[in-house]
Each structure stands twice: as structure tokens, then as C-alpha cells.
Design a binder for this molecule. Structure first.
Ligand code: ZN
Length: 187
């Protein structure tokens, strides 16, 4: 069975980014759990680095993915920026990554943006990012893909991130992206 690792970033004392009423660690977990629920219809093992509010090192997260032979690790985030009018969706893979990883990123990015675009959020694009977790995944033969859905420092973005239906749809389209990228079949 194929394995995908869902990584709700941050957790425990590490809240991630915040805005009034939102701690990133909580919405990351909510989205990850929902992505996992949508993937239950498919022949895939959706593995979580955490299913509760706890802290984990990057090393732990990469290890969980590698030891369970995950093909892909999805690193789930929301973003902030000092200028409040900035918003947008972007995805990253390690600069060392292969053409296959770029293909995964392209498909997952396109599926998620097919929904995010309808919310009036800009596409900041597919990028390479020198992030520790992505590089650790790469060195363990796991394709790490970092998702930054939107900016909660942007007032309309914060409103979207507080909307359970929006988080549910983000999760649905993320799951669909994984299904298409990993070529999963219904069980
Ligand atoms: Zn984050």
C-alpha cells in the first residue's frame, strides 16, 4: 500500500504564526485530519506526524515519514507577513528535488489552487525552498512538499481561515491533489 505522511506543522508550545483568534498549529491539525479523512476512500495509508496538540522536532517528523516508507510528506502551513495586504498561496520543494517531485508539486499545487483561486487569493507559485524539513525528507527518499495556503495576517485571509467550510474545502482539494499526484485508486 502506498503511504502519504501528513505533517500538521508546529504544535504544543510552538503555536506557529498567529492572528487574533487563530493559532496556526490548530488549523494545520484540523486540515491534516480532514485530508486524512478524505483519503480513507482510497487505497493509501495516510500517516500523521501528530494527531494531537504536541511538539515534535523536524528530525522526528522526517523520521516518522521515512520509517513508514512514505512516498510524500505534506508539510501543512498558513503564513503571515508584516504588510497586511499581502496574501497568496504557494508551495515549496527542496532545491535538490527530482523532476518527479516537481511533477507531484505541480499536480498538488494545481488542484489546491483550483479552489483557492475561487476565494480571490493570488497564486504566488511553485517554488524551491531551502527548508530543513524538506531537505531532511529529500535525504531520506521522501518527497517533501510544503504548503502555505494563505496569509492570516491579511484580514480577508484570517476570515477565511476561521471558516470551517473553507478549511474543509482546502482539505478536500489537497486530498484530491494527492490522489492525482500519487495515482491512487478508490478502495
Ligand atoms: Zn507554519
Amino acid at each position: 500500500m502506498k503511504v502519504v505522511c501528513l505533517n500538521p506543522s508546529h504544535g504544543g508550545s510552538d503555536t506557529g504564526v498567529t492572528c487574533p483568534g487563530i493559532e496556526e498549529k490548530d488549523i494545520n491539525l484540523e486540515v491534516a485530519l480532514k485530508v486524512g479523512a478524505y483519503l480513507k476512500n482510497y487505497k493509501v495509508h495516510a500517516l500523521f506526524t501528530r494527531e494531537t496538540d504536541k511538539s515534535l522536532t523536524m528530525e522526528n517528523r522526517a523520521k516518522i515519514a521515512a520509517e513508514n516508507k512514505a512516498e510524500v510528506l505534506l508539510d501543512i502551513h498558513f503564513n503571515v507577513y508584516k504588510e497586511k495586504d499581502v496574501n497568496g498561496f504557494e508551495t515549496f520543494i527542496s532545491p535538490m528535488e527530482s523532476a518527479i517531485a516537481q511533477k507531484y508539486q505541480e499536480i498538488i499545487h494545481r488542484w489546491i489552487y483550483s479552489y483557492v483561486g475561487t476565494l480571490g487569493i493570488a497564486d504566488r507559485g511553485r517554488k524551491f525552498g531551502n527548508y530543513n524539513l524538506l531537505n531532511m525528507c529529500y535525504s531520506r527518499n521522501v518527497v517533501g512538499i510544503l504548503l502555505q495556503y494563505l496569509y492570516i495576517s491579511n484580514p480577508p485571509g484570517a476570515k477565511l481561515a476561521k471558516d470551517g467550510e473553507v478549511l474543509d474545502k482546502l482539505s478536500y482539494y489537497t486530498a484530491e491533489g494527492i490522489v492525482k499526484a500519487m495515482n491512487l485508486h478508490t478502495s
